[in-house]
Design a protein around this ligand. Structure first.
Ligand code: TRP
Length: 343
């Protein structure tokens, strides 16, 4: 029996942080044992906002190396760079032509990002979710691990596949039933307790786009910087850490981080810190964070010191991904009535 297929990706903008690791990539690592896993670095998505051309390639390699350093195993997973598989751009165009404009105009993330950018907004930013739909649909993914903020995009991918491609273009099989062209993917809601919040505001998510670097710990921050960021993290006036007090989002977040990073279960961590002052807790959290990141940083350095090995992983991933993607793209081209190549 074949395993259900999973696809996910992260943009190569800025270093990955604790939120990306604990909330997403750590789950990908587990999925490798039970699912057929595809993980891409979505560099085409990174240019939907103004980007620095001199850094794109380097950032793409950094992100790929971090996937591997976090435990993505190229023998188990297909790891690849989105722009190196041209079918992503091609399918995105085909899907563009069947996607109603107002489906995109109502995307929450588009509205938020567009507001921040004023008249810099590109067509690509509006089109971002269609490209993401292409990423997913090309691989016949059964499941897509997504956080809350991407659920609307996944819903859009489902609607495009079902209503705009399958319902309109599916050919009839020999039994007279329509044969779906695209598989309709389902969201894989990740286990909870891993929504990492900003260090400077326990009510907003840790984010790459927060202009304050002190709000996040990246996977490549050296120990001194980690310690400093945690020292400056927002606290409150109460003594003792606790989970679930709505008045104390920072305590909840930092205690949760401590539990995850030290490998203790939440009850144990809560008991240990129930009467502890911030002055004692913070160095402990800093220590646990540095310890947890040390092996990731070591493996990262090993991959970066061996560019040939990293390129080989990405080339193998590209070939595997391309083979799968071509088959789906061809199915869509045929269903939409294009003249086959070579006729
Ligand atoms: N939009 C996703 C994010 O910002 C990244 C992404 C692009 C993605 N293509 C994808 C995630 C396909 C899952 C599947 O997190």
């Amino acid at each position: 029996m074949s395993r259900p297929r999973v696809l996910s990706g992260v943009q190569p903008t800025g270093a990955l942080h604790l939120g990306n690791w604990l909330g997403a990539i750590r789950n990908w690592v587990d999925l490798q044992h039970s699912h057929d896993t595809y993980f891409c670095v979505v560099d085409l998505h990174a240019i939907t906002v103004p980007h620095d051309a001199s850094r794109l390639a380097e950032d793409t390699l950094t992100t790929a190396a971090l996937y591997l350093a976090c435990g993505i195993d190229p023998e188990r997973s297909t790891v690849f760079v989105q722009s190196q598989v041209p079918a992503h751009s091609e399918l995105a165009w085909l899907l563009n032509c069947v996607t109603p404009l107002n489906w995109l105009e109502r995307m929450i993330q588009f509205k938020e990002k567009a507001l921040r950018q004023g008249d810099q907004v590109s067509v690509g930013l509006l089109d971002y979710p269609v490209l993401m739909a292409a990423d997913i649909l090309l691989y016949d993914a059964d499941l897509v691990p997504v956080g809350e903020d991407q659920k609307q995009h996944l819903e859009l991918a489902r609607d495009i596949a079902q209503q705009r491609i399958n319902a309109r273009f599916a050919p009839r099989g020999s039994d007279g039933e329509p044969e779906p062209i695209l598989k309709v993917p389902a969201p894989l809601i990740l286990r909870d307790g891993a929504r990492v919040m900003s260090l400077t505001d326990g009510r907003s998510k840790m984010s790459k786009s927060d202009p304050n670097e002190g709000s996040r710990i990246t996977l490549l921050d050296p120990p001194e910087l980690i310690t400093r960021k945690i020292k400056r993290a927002k606290t409150d006036a109460a003594l003792g850490l606790e989970f679930g007090n709505p008045e104390r989002p920072e305590a909840d977040n930092l205690l949760g981080l401590y539990a995850l990073l030290s490998g203790k279960d939440r009850d144990t961590a809560a008991q240990e810190c129930a009467a502890m002052g911030w002055g004692k807790f913070k160095p402990m959290l800093a220590e646990a964070t540095c310890e947890a990141l040390r092996p990731v940083q070591e493996r990262y350095q090993q991959w970066r010191q061996d560019p040939g090995a990293l390129k080989a992983v990405l080339e193998q991933g590209r070939l595997r991904a391309d083979a799968v993607a071509q088959i789906t793209l061809e199915r869509v081209r045929r269903a939409l009535g294009f003249l086959p190549v070579g006729r």
